[in-house]
Design a binder for this molecule. Sequence first.
Ligand SMILES: Nc1ncnc2c1ncn2[C@@H]1O[C@H](COP(=O)(O)OP(=O)(O)O)[C@@H](O)[C@H]1O
Ligand SMILES: [Mg+2]
Length: 267
Amino acid sequence: MLSTAPTKIAFRGVAKSYPSKHSAQTATLALDRLDVEIKTAEIVSVLGPTGCGKSSALNLIAGFETPSTGNVFLDDQVVHGPGPDRAVVFQQASLFPWLSVYDNVTLGVKCRGMSKADYMPRAEHLLEEVGLSSFKHHYPYQLSGGMQQRVQIARALISAPKVLLMDEPFGALDYQTRIFMQELLLTLWLEYKPTVFFITHDVAEAIFISDRVLVMSRRPGRVKLAVDVHAQKPRTADFLSAPEFIELQRELLHAVQQEVQTADAIH
Ligand SMILES: Nc1ncnc2c1ncn2[C@@H]1O[C@H](COP(=O)(O)OP(=O)(O)O)[C@@H](O)[C@H]1O
Ligand SMILES: [Mg+2]
């Protein structure tokens, strides 16, 4: 089904370098010759050692950064900047501490001119889905880390973005909460069907949520391995012990380990 879906996001010959703060000669080449195509409604996870350019790739899709070479395309249009069609979820919940859960979720769409008649039922529905209906008048400091991330996800989905960009969103959560959030993400995906670009350090998490897992090589980042995950979505915790899962985990752990070790040897 996915293989026939149109391409949503494409990196074509992308390199990204950052100028050095100290000297013009030692720019950091974060990404090099990156070619990746992501289909509409596909969930793609990215694994790789710290500093290999995962966040740089996400920032290019978000339009926060521009490529040094090549282009990033969204629906065959070159990305020139951020837009409401792409929502970003970061590892640290970036909520406004002085706003309630409800106001945090609705602020963005309110600012963009969505009418109350439109955003209110969406917010109520999303808060229900992420299990925070009874916390809508609470403030971020009154919530656990997992709950704060659920607010961030509700805020991201309220505008029904076509693309959901997630940078280690569950990285700071404990194991049980992480599993819960992964299942929640798949449930929400089923309803909203966004194209998801998901960065993680956790091989099991990558397999559990994804249609495809990419492993990036150490800097400058390129894709060194791409594997498909065939199990039907949404998945339950049973998938964690399925033969497909175990086999992919072994293959991916090996690939990631190799990159980390190479990176260690160089530094
Ligand atoms: N804004 C920036 N300015 C300068 N260097 C940066 C910037 N963002 C990232 N880098 C550098 O680019 C490389 C890749 O970083 P990043 O994309 O954050 O990797 P990852 O997310 O895989 O850890 C690193 O060496 C990092 O220090
Ligand atoms: Mg990063």
